[in-house]
Design a protein around this ligand. Sequence first.
Ligand code: PEP
Length: 247
Amino acid sequence: MKKYIFGNLKMHFNLKQTEEYLENFLPKVESSKNEIVLCPSFVNLMFTGQKLTSTKVLLGAQNVASEASGAYTGEVSASMLKSVGATYVLVGHSERKKYFLEKNETINKKIQECLGQGLKVVLCVGESKYERANKKHKQSLEKQLCECLKGLYDNELKNIIIAYEPIYSIGSGVLPKAKEVEEAVSYIRSVIQAEFSEKTASSLKILYGGSVNAENVKTFAGIKGVNGLLVGGASIKPDEFAKVCNI
Ligand code: PEP
């Protein structure tokens, strides 16, 4: 079955490096059956979008403003992202929460902005090491899901993908057990069922993210209930990311 593979290029690559990356990466994934989405930095979005037009690879952004327009210096709106060809937006990444103090209420507004512009959302949720060690991970996931998705209609969930990303695993090489991921993904589905509907929960796409690379990709992509992967560090290496995309 088709998998959804997102590359979060984070704050890497200037324009020239982006061009080199795309020249190297795109031919390697030409025949992939998976849905591949590249999420470059804001300044590289337009250029990347133009290079992707003749391919099946889609464009995603790493962040979005919580307001539609106005005096918000340094921000980029959902409508701007749409206008340069973005299909997806990553929202609520743990690095945004950690370094930019993003709160669930703001994330909720960002989601509403994206949906209003016809953009699809990848909502990142995950527990900390402390929460996992103290068996508070379910409580944490439920709070994030309920607060971030507050006020959304059931039919809007078809444009939302959830990325389950245990925070301690992001960029660290520390991997959760496959069983833990399976349980967390199943729990996420149960929260969505309770808040929305059974139909929505069963068709919901859920990604795993956290230190995925070419060596461990089969393990994580093969976990029951996992529909795809959100890849950070390994996505900036074109050969390695192509291997991940071609599973
Ligand atoms: C991420 O940025 O969402 C991520 C999962 O990063 P990494 O693959 O580097 O852990």
